[in-house]
Design a protein around this ligand. Structure first.
Ligand code: FMN
Length: 174
């Protein structure tokens, strides 16, 4: 088992692409095999609970709805005790097409983690985004990293490069 468990769900592949980039960049820094990349589809509570350091990636669909595999995972997630676990979220969304629901899924899952005593890591500023509303937003910060490949793909790599060091530092790995 690697140090970090990176779980993602996707409908059209964007979150998977970003998940693979994040894994590669972390392994460039920490060494090969430091990240287990796992699709959330049909995973159990135990599959996630065995990691103390987690990165969770998810898109938001259909006016603030959850990606299907993540939605199915909710009861399993609610059964996990996140005490002493550190969790960093990243989300995929479209800030112009769905400006009132931008990356909402992150906000939904962040609440589950916090309710079950987990520590959120990798919060980011909302500066540079033009959405109207997001469940992922609190006091000018997102509860994770928001990526918008539909409108700002040219910023994706820079955003990831900025985010990873803060996550690894919060994880106590750098
Ligand atoms: C029909 C449709 C509904 C969408 N709804 C939302 C939404 O409510 N909020 C949001 O931030 N993005 C929304 N998006 C944008 C997707 O989240 C975005 O394209 C994302 O990159 C898809 O990720 P995936 O390929 O991993 O599934 C929507 C896209 C489509 C086509």
């Amino acid at each position: 088992m690697s140090t970090i468990g990176l779980f993602y769900g996707t409908d059209t592949g964007n979150t998977e692409t970003v998940a693979k980039i994040i894994k590669q960049k972390i392994e460039d820094s920490l060494g090969a095999d430091s990240v287990d990349l796992l699709e959330i589809y049909q995973k159990s509570s135990e599959d996630m609970a065995k990691y103390d350091l987690l990165i969770l990636g998810m898109p938001t669909w259909y006016d603030g709805e959850l990606q299907g595999d993540w939605e199915e995972y909710i009861p399993k997630m609610e059964a996990i005790d996140f005490t002493n676990k550190k969790i960093a979220f990243f989300g995929l969304g479209d800030q112009y097409g769905y400006a009132s629901y931008f990356c909402d899924a992150l906000g939904v899952f962040a609440l589950i983690v916090e309710k079950n005593h987990g520590t959120l890591c990798g919060l980011t500023s909302t500066a540079g985004y033009e959405h109207d509303h997001s469940k992922a937003e609190r006091d000018g910060m997102f509860v994770g990293l928001c990526i918008d490949v539909d409108n700002q793909d040219e910023m994706t790599e820079e955003r990831i490069d900025h985010w990873i060091p803060s996550v690894l530092q919060s994880f106590g790995l750098q």
